[in-house]
Design a protein around this ligand. Structure first.
Ligand SMILES: Cc1cc2nc3c(=O)[nH]c(=O)nc-3n(C[C@H](O)[C@H](O)[C@H](O)COP(=O)(O)OP(=O)(O)OC[C@H]3O[C@@H](n4cnc5c(N)ncnc54)[C@H](O)[C@@H]3O)c2cc1C
Length: 235
């Protein structure tokens, strides 16, 4: 039987913010995962997030209240079903982060919940005022000690590899081309599944709190490969 090439994987995950790190950690027990990122593993918006993460955890709080607050804050433009899905899964997400060792702030042995603008209840889980840094650091430590994950730092997604022609319904994503900055060469990484977790595009604006790398590369690559792109006005 042919041995798989070192550039063949089950899943390619592009981006090492919270989305990419979480996807890689969930898949690693059952899949050979390549985690591809254009800078160092710490780059991205996730490590900069400060305030905290909203989740219904207080006994007097409810999913309905969190959904309604989110729809009001979203000026009625948020998708109700997607909002409910995120809200209902948030407590499990917090529990998962705690199980990995994220040092969320506590009081009397319980998570310390604060209240932020737009929220009717105290539901913000935080790690002092550097929540994103604490989450990013913990997940990076987990990724580094997970054997099923091949980490490729300073490998920038250039474009997706696809079968067929633009517009064909049977067109498939077969992997991607990545620029290996250290070797100054382009690699073809192959996998039946590719997850783009490349963050936003805030850096296209002159003034932004986003990192310089938030240039929308993944969104552009997806669009070139034939994906539908929506909601670009929300940064
Ligand atoms: C200053 C600030 C404060 C914030 N505060 C909060 C808060 O209090 N609470 C909250 O919930 N949210 C907050 N947010 C928003 C939150 O940080 C983001 O929604 C979240 O981190 C996005 O995670 P992500 O994994 O999708 O993207 P990111 O963390 O941005 O990760 C994107 C990854 O993709 C990589 N990448 C990009 N292009 C390529 C390419 N071509 N090839 C390879 N890799 C690529 C990047 O290097 C990075 O690793 C804040 C954001 C900022 C900027």
């Amino acid at each position: 039987m042919d041995r798989p090439s070192p550039l063949d994987f089950d899943v390619l995950v592009v981006g090492t913010g919270l989305a990419g790190l979480a996807a890689a950690l969930h898949l690693a027990p059952t899949h050979r995962v390549a985690l591809v990122t254009k800078g160092g593993i710490e780059a991205g918006a996730s490590g900069r997030a400060q305030g905290g993460i909203a989740a219904v955890l207080a006994p007097q709080d409810s999913f309905d209240s969190h959904v309604e607050d989110t729809l009001v804050a979203g000026a009625g433009l948020s998708d109700r079903e997607a909002t409910r899905f995120v809200v209902e899964h948030a407590p499990a997400g917090i529990a998962w982060l705690q199980s990995l060792g994220v040092p969320f702030s506590q009081a009397d042995g319980e998570l310390r919940l604060t209240r932020e603008g737009g929220h009717a209840q105290r539901r913000i889980v935080h790690a002092a005022d550097a929540t994103g840094a604490a989450v990013q650091r913990t997940l990076v430590e987990q990724v580094r000690r997970t054997p099923g994950i091949t980490l490729l730092e300073r490998h920038a997604l250039v474009d997706l590899l696809t079968s067929g022609s633009p517009g064909e319904r049977t067109r498939r994503c077969l992997g991607l081309h990545a620029w290996d900055e250290a070797q100054d060469r382009v690699l073809a990484l192959r996998a039946p599944h590719t997850i783009l977790a490349t963050g936003g595009a805030g850096a296209v604006y002159q003034h932004t709190s986003n990192p310089a790398g938030a240039t929308g590369d993944g969104i552009a690559a997806a669009w070139r490969a034939g994906c539908r792109v929506a909601n670009m006005e929300f940064i």
